[in-house]
Design a protein around this ligand. Structure first.
Ligand code: ADP
Ligand code: MG
Length: 265
């Protein structure tokens, strides 16, 4: 299990340069009187592929909404590359790239135009944006499609464009929310290997939210989220050890009581 950082005794978090891409410490969230996240603490180190594993309704997307500051975290703290999200939101969010669960590309614009739009939002000048767009589209294997409209792409290719877009402002932390849902096996593998490549080559910290157990590799870090609570954080071998189960599927079942859920699509 990883150690969860505790708050300073006086409640004021000191600014220490952090090797961790993301620290979520004691965060909660409610919709009305429904508690959907309770005392959630997660660390995503740089250069680590961290899987946030949870069934539908576990609270994964709500956590992403807190980290992207769609909702304010009223309890606990969230730090991105050491920057406190509540106190230094601009510095924190500059270092964050996100691929949301729902599609967010304009299908009538070209790949490049979609990327330029995002670059402009981040204050990146046109000439620089052009260079970065080519670079990012090359990373996801779509540089030759730059001038085509999004509507001509397959679902998997559109996902790859969203990944390229999330990289334009050169973040060090990438969040992906159910990035492979609805994709065929080949596209899923391609999306996964692109993201794993970013971790290995560029040392990015990745938080990969999924309910699909077969997306987990033996060397990944795993965070099990169930009904708004963290049940486990650590390595795959550690997960098997604490659960006393032979594989991740059985470990997840025994922890959550889930029956036929969290299966591969
Ligand atoms: P996941 O992404 O893991 O499937 P969510 O974060 O979307 O889970 O949802 C967690 C819980 O919060 C679910 O019970 C869901 O119904 C509830 N929920 C999510 N968004 C809202 C909202 N905007 N208003 C009320 N309840 C919500
Ligand atoms: Mg979700």
């Amino acid at each position: 299990m990883t150690t969860i950082l505790s708050k300073e005794a006086d409640g004021a978090a000191a600014h220490v340069p952090s090797a961790d891409a993301l620290i979520v410490n004691g965060v909660g969230h409610s919709f009305g009187d429904k508690r959907v996240l309770d005392n959630v603490s997660i660390t995503v180190p740089r250069g680590a592929f961290t899987v946030l594993l949870g069934l539908n309704g576990a609270g994964k997307s709500t956590l992403f909404a807190l980290v992207t500051r769609l909702y304010d975290n009223v309890s606990g703290e969230i730090r991105i590359l050491g920057h406190d999200l509540r106190r230094k939101p601009t510095a924190a969010l500059q270092r964050l790239g996100v691929v949301f669960q729902s599609r967010t590309l304009d299908s009538d614009l070209t790949l490049e135009q979609n990327l330029f739009y995002h670059a402009a939002l981040h204050g990146i000048r046109k000439a620089e944006a052009k260079t970065r767009a080519v670079e990012a589209l090359t990373t996801v294997g779509l540089a030759d499609r730059a001038h085509e409209k999004i509507r001509n792409l397959s679902g998997g290719q559109a996902r790859r464009v969203e990944i390229a877009r999330s990289l334009l402002h050169r973040p060090a932390l990438l969040l992906l929310d159910e990035a492979t849902v609805g994709l065929d096996i080949g596209s899923r593998e391609s999306v996964l290997s692109i993201v794993r490549g970013l971790v290995e080559r560029e040392g990015m910290g990745v938080l990969w939210a999924t309910h699909l157990i077969d997306e987990i590799a033996p060397t990944d870090r795993v965070v099990v989220l169930h009904k708004g609570r963290i049940l486990y954080t650590g390595s795959v071998p550690g997960l098997l050890e604490v659960s006393g189960q032979p594989n991740i599927r059985e470990a997840f079942r025994s922890m959550t009581g889930a029956k036929d859920t969290a299966e591969a699509a």
